[in-house]
Design a protein around this ligand. Sequence first.
Ligand code: SF4
Length: 385
Amino acid sequence: MPALSRAVRRKSEIIASADLPAFQTQLLGWFAGNKRDLDWRRTRDAYRVWISEIMLQQTRVAAVLPYYRRFLERFPTIDALARARPDAVLRSWAGLGYYSRARNLHRAAKEIVARHGGKFPRRIEDALALPGIGNYTAAAVLSIAYGEPHAVLDGNVARVLARLGAIRGDLRRPKRWRALGEVAKALLPTQAAPAAGAPAGGAGDWNQAMMELGATVCTPRAPRCAACPVARWCQAHALGIALRLPAPRRKPKPVRLVLTAAILLDAGGRTLLVRQNSDHSRLFSSLWQFPAVQGGRPEPKKLAGYLHSVFGIAEQMEALPTARHTVTFRRILLAPFLVRVANLPSPKLPAMRGARTPRLKEIERLPISSATKKIAASARAILSR
Ligand code: SF4
């Protein structure tokens, strides 16, 4: 066990420096022969790498793939993305969740065109100044696309490091997370960044190798130590505590809430969608949604009061089947009500500024959340009987 048998000089050294070259060679060799063939691994184009990294945040690879392909067909360059209408960008994102990612991408694309000539910046300070780009994304894009020597630290990498070094405690505590960042840096192969236009060097492959090891071998609940290319350097494996590391994080308690929504419907099959109209707007960012109120239980009276005060509507409400929806730690009950109206609210009302009145069966042409789709499906099921 080289890492255990030798004195480790600094806290950031979980692999003794004499063993580091062999460790790096072993992991990079494993990555070259075992990496998954993913679309974003076939390119070093910074724009494509950036899109993949943003989409992969909090989202599984399999879910990202079709979105990644469609998004790049629709917006093949940073320029095309910068020129797009916000609705078009959100529509391409609809279903992926965490919509602030799409809005930040769009804003960042405009800044890249305005300040960096349409090319993703190569300096880390410039990348970090863009909306929606933090340490992880900046390090991932710059290392993979340009070979810049920045080490990534995400959940997968942190888990691998914690096990390799038998690091105990909650990894997400700021001090420990910073220390892990230093550990990650200390492992990075030292190689000069390649010249502009040259293929990326070791840092990009190294970061991807660490992430791949965490995603496919050193997995959270069932690390496959017998198949691990770096098992001989792993302190948790040697101590028989791999399964106990990292220490579990305290999860936020699930929050239960009910969204009571109104599907207004006129004789022509048109409905009303609004934005930022009530206290639930933060849940679905600025996507189009049915008028709704939020509470701890279905609130038809509160909804009726809201429709009356904001849109002047006082028609009967018909309860529709409920549906369930989850957004991170929020467990949401969707309680839709059908409200048949002779006419949709007057476009002159202040609340109608920016509202949309599409046909119910065509609302998916607008950027809407999965929750709004479920509410619409509930209404369509009743209307088609
Ligand atoms: Fe993870 Fe096991 Fe490999 Fe250690 S030996 S890095 S615990 S898979």
